[in-house]
Design a binder for this molecule. Structure first.
Ligand code: GDP
Ligand code: MG
Length: 175
């Protein structure tokens, strides 16, 4: 009977889609518009989270986020190594960020020999007026890349981000 899982999660996707904002919302329950992190190298945060639907089971999420290297397509192999979960984020107000999802799938396949699964996340759902990607298009992309979980959320909405990690936790216990 498993009650604790430790998992390496890598945040992927184009620059400015909201990867760091999602991590910040998950870790600190906080959204700071326009926030830019000052770090120069990829960084790693961890959080032990109870998965409520399962009862006492917990997941330690070891989350790797970039410091902007994705902009120059220069994430190292170390970043991907031994990842169990790849969260690939696109911005629902930026169609091009959805098209770039394929690049990130190729990168993680190339650099990670581990068993892992993909979570495709459409972020910035709060910006309804500016939406360029429908949920159907997101779902179709998820199917095409073989993502196990497809999810739409907003880093500004605490509940939607907490639910994302709950879904991932439930999936990890099903594996
Ligand atoms: P990253 O480059 O993928 O890490 O993206 P950031 O987390 O740095 O976010 C880029 C910009 O988009 C920042 O100005 C954020 O405040 C903003 N942002 C991120 N997520 C959301 C969201 O869900 N809704 C809105 N309205 N803005 C967001
Ligand atoms: Mg970032």
């Amino acid at each position: 009977y498993k009650y604790f899982i430790s998992t390496k999660v890598v945040m992927l996707g184009e620059s400015s889609v909201g990867k760091s904002s999602l991590v910040q919302q998950f870790m600190l329950n906080r959204f700071m518009p326009g926030f830019q992190e000052p770090t120069v190298s990829p960084h790693f945060v961890k959080k032990i989270q109870t998965i409520y639907k399962l009862g006492q089971q917990k997941v330690q999420f070891n989350i790797w986020d970039t410091a902007g290297q994705e902009k120059y397509r220069c994430l190292t192999t170390m970043y991907f190594r031994d990842a169990n979960v790849a969260i690939i984020v696109y911005d629902v107000t930026n169609k091009q960020s959805l098209e770039c999802v394929d690049y990130w799938v190729d990168e993680v396949n190339r650099s990670n020999a581990n068993d892992y699964f993909i979570v495709l996340v459409g972020n910035k759902c709060d910006l309804r007026k500016f939406r360029q990607v429908t949920m159907e298009e997101g779902q179709a992309k998820a199917k095409q890349i073989g993502a196990q979980i497809y999810y739409e959320c907003s880093a500004s909405n605490e509940k939607s981000v907490q639910n994302l990690f709950q879904e991932i936790g439930i999936y990890l216990y099903k594996l």
